[in-house]
Each structure stands twice: as C-alpha cells, then as structure tokens.
Design a protein around this ligand. Structure first.
Ligand code: ADP
Ligand code: MG
Length: 242
C-alpha cells in the first residue's frame, strides 16, 4: 500500500503523521519504507535520529526522493515493500504530484487553528487533477493539532465534510505535547514512555480508520483481479468454443 501524507501548507502535521504512521506500521511487523519527498528533510532527520537512538533498529527503511524522477523510482520500489509512506513538503510540488500519481491513499491533516477554506479548495483541485491520471486514489482529510474543546474544530470539520474530493475522517489528533516529545526522542507517540494515553488513543483511532480504508482498497484490488481472471477464463472458454 502506498500512502502519501500531503497538503499544501507547512506546519499542518504531515511529517508528524507520516513518521507516526511508519512507526505504527513497523510495530505491526509490516515491511515499511519511509520516503522523504520534502527538501526540508525533516522526516529524514527524524529517521537518522531514530537510527542513532535505536542503534540501527529503527524498524523501517528511509530514503529521500524528490523531483521529477520520484514517480519512476516509486514504481520501481512499489513491489519491494509491503507499505510505502511518503512525507511531502509544504507546497503543491512536483514530488507531491508524482507521489499522488502512484499512491493508493492520500492523507491530508488540517490544522483547525490556522484553517482556511482557500487551502481546502486548493487541495480539492489538486486531487481532482491527479484523479485524471490515478482515478483509484482514495483521499482523506482529518484534523491535526485540534483543540481538546471549542468551536474551531467543529467549524473546520464542517468545511472538510462539505468537500467532494476527499472523505473526512472523524478521528482528530489533538494538539498534545506527546507528539513533539516523542519526535524529540526519535519515537512515535505509541512508543513514548510514560505513555500519554490520550495521544495514543487518538492516534490509534486514526490508525485503525486508515487500516479499515486499507482493507477496503485491498478488497477492491482483489475483486478487480478476480474479475479480470474470470473474464480471462470466460474469454478462453469463448475461444475454445470457436
Ligand atoms: N498533534 C500535534 N500535537 C502537538 N504538536 C504537533 C502535533 N502535530 C504536529 N505538531 C508539531 O507541529 C509542528 C509542525 O508539524 P510537522 O509535522 O512538522 O508539520 P509539516 O510536516 O506539515 O510541516 C512540529 O513542531 C510538530 O511537532
Ligand atoms: Mg514536514
């Protein structure tokens, strides 16, 4: 499964979500590749730090990939890993488009505090454009750095629910120190000791939703393959009759 964590605004939490997703998948014993497609290299810095802290047992492989070549490289890597998670930069870049063009799932965190409808519309337009070359891309938005209470969340959630280009995942990640504390130690929030049970609970809720989406995508792919096999068999039977 290829996941892209994207959006067109810096600071939304792309790297936080991408690195936590990679850690969660690796804890699930998946063979994962983290692709840093942002020239700011925050995800690579995280991985280097994690490698150092774990003495080389980060649990996943990490590479950097930006620019026009990204699509061809990703297609080559696709079958070598069970999962690929791609962290993208803060703008609508060539790398983000390349990643979206080969991905299965596009995840966009939105920050309700600095929420603007203009950004949502731009993301929607980007998705619409990419869908013309990758119609099977499944797109999801959710809140990150949400307030634990207050109306900002609801306003942002309403605006996200209104969009056609993506589905809204009602599993917000609240603004919690645990995320930056974990990152500072080269860890995912699930690994942090002492555990922040609210942060892990919220992250697991999001992660479980993503796994559900993943199952649906797999079923779709399987049934496409099955249909293809059935239609091939039928074609052969037809040919045999002739
Ligand atoms: N849920 C969260 N709670 C608290 N801090 C967060 C959360 N998500 C992200 N951050 C912090 O916000 C900053 C920007 O997040 P980052 O993941 O780097 O965004 P992006 O990659 O989209 O630019 C970082 O300092 C990160 O630690
Ligand atoms: Mg980032």
């Amino acid at each position: 499964m290829i996941y892209v964590v994207g959006g067109i605004k810096g600071g939304g939490g792309k790297t936080t979500v991408a690195t936590n997703l990679v850690v969660a998948l690796s804890l699930d014993k998946r063979d994962v590749l983290l692709v840093d497609a942002d020239d700011q290299e925050t995800a690579s810095d995280f991985s280097a730090w994690r490698d150092e802290r774990t003495e080389g047992n980060a649990g996943y492989t990490s590479i950097q990939l930006t620019g026009r070549n990204a699509r061809a490289e990703l297609l080559r890597l696709k079958d070598k890993y069970q999962d690929i998670v791609i962290d993208t930069g803060g703008r609508d870049t060539t790398s983000q488009r390349a990643a979206m063009s080969v991905a299965d799932i596009y995840l966009v965190p939105f920050n309700p505090r600095s929420f603007d409808v203009w950004t949502v519309e731009k993301v929607s337009r980007l998705i619409d454009e990419i869908k013309s070359i990758n119609p099977d891309l499944e797109c999801f938005a959710f809140l990150n750095r949400a307030d634990s209470r207050g109306s900002d969340n609801d306003d942002a959630a309403e605006a996200l629910k209104d969009e056609q280009a993506f589905s809204y995942l009602d599993t917000p990640l609240v603004n919690r120190k645990a995320f930056s504390n974990a990152a500072a130690q080269g860890m995912g929030v699930l690994e942090l000791k002492p555990e922040d049970s609210k942060a892990t609970g919220e992250f697991m809720a999001l992660y479980n939703k993503i796994k559900k989406v993943n199952n649906n995508v797999n079923n779709k792919v399987e049934s496409n393959v099955k249909n293809k096999v059935i239609s091939n068999v039928e074609n052969n039977v037809e040919k045999g009759k002739k």
